[in-house]
Ligand binder design. Structure first.
Ligand code: IMP
Ligand code: MG
Length: 199
């Protein structure tokens, strides 16, 4: 069965099942372990959406590394500006380190571009992106993603840490909200109007 209801009568359809997620995360962990074998790897995971992916990825990485978290919220009224509010900053210095920025999904690319610009000010030796999902059809700014889990079509997904209005993060699979794509526009606008929305 690949479609079910959350109890709120919102139909959702599995896009990537949990066994496929685990396989791909394990492959990414191996790739990263090889690429950063001689490096000083510092993982920076972006809250909240990447927290489950980051936890699984960390356990699939077989070389010494540190992990730190940044929390971000997008400002209301500027959904396409890429300017985000940092709600939790780094605890440890990344100066001179090889940073791997771990994101749930790269959509327009605006958030990742802003974060890279911000992290560069801390003088790391390098910054690379690892994103579980890539919605490249919606890209506004080109962002190199050397470690990418899956390319997905232009649909709104939740689960495996990702939310819609803070719900669905606990779903073990990645699922599409509504079979015809994104949630209704009026729902999204109501969310953005309520001050700010967390990633
Ligand atoms: P971007 O700045 O447009 O690339 O947006 C990146 C952020 O928007 C992601 O890190 C997510 O937090 C959020 N986002 C974009 N698409 C989706 C989606 O389909 N489901 C859940 N969150 C999404
Ligand atoms: Mg995010």
């Amino acid at each position: 069965m690949n479609s079910f209801s959350t109890g709120e009568s919102t139909p959702i359809k599995v896009l990537i099942p949990q066994n496929r997620l685990q396989e791909r995360v394990s492959e990414l962990g191996n790739e990263i372990s090889q690429a950063f074998a001689e490096k000083d790897l510092a993982i920076v995971a972006i809250l909240k959406g990447s927290f489950i992916f980051a936890a699984d990825l960390l356990r699939a990485i077989k070389i010494p590394c540190s992990i730190d978290f940044m929390g971000i919220s997008s400002y209301a009224g500027q959904p396409r500006s890429g300017v985000v509010q940092i709600t939790k900053d780094l605890d440890q210095s990344i100066a001179g380190k090889n940073v791997l920025l771990v994101e749930d999904i790269i959509d327009t690319g605006l958030t990742a571009t802003y974060l890279i610009h911000t992290l560069r000010q801390h003088r790391p030796a390098s910054i690379d992106i690892c994103a579980l999902l890539d919605k490249s059809a919606r890209r506004i700014i080109d962002v190199p993603i050397p470690y990418r889990g899956f390319e997905i079509p232009d649909v709104f997904v939740v689960g495996y840490g990702m939310d819609f209005q803070q719900q669905y993060r606990n779903l073990p699979d990645i699922v599409v909200l509504r079979s015809n794509g994104a949630p209704k526009t009026d729902v999204i606008q109501a969310d953005q109007a309520s001050n700010k929305s967390e990633s």
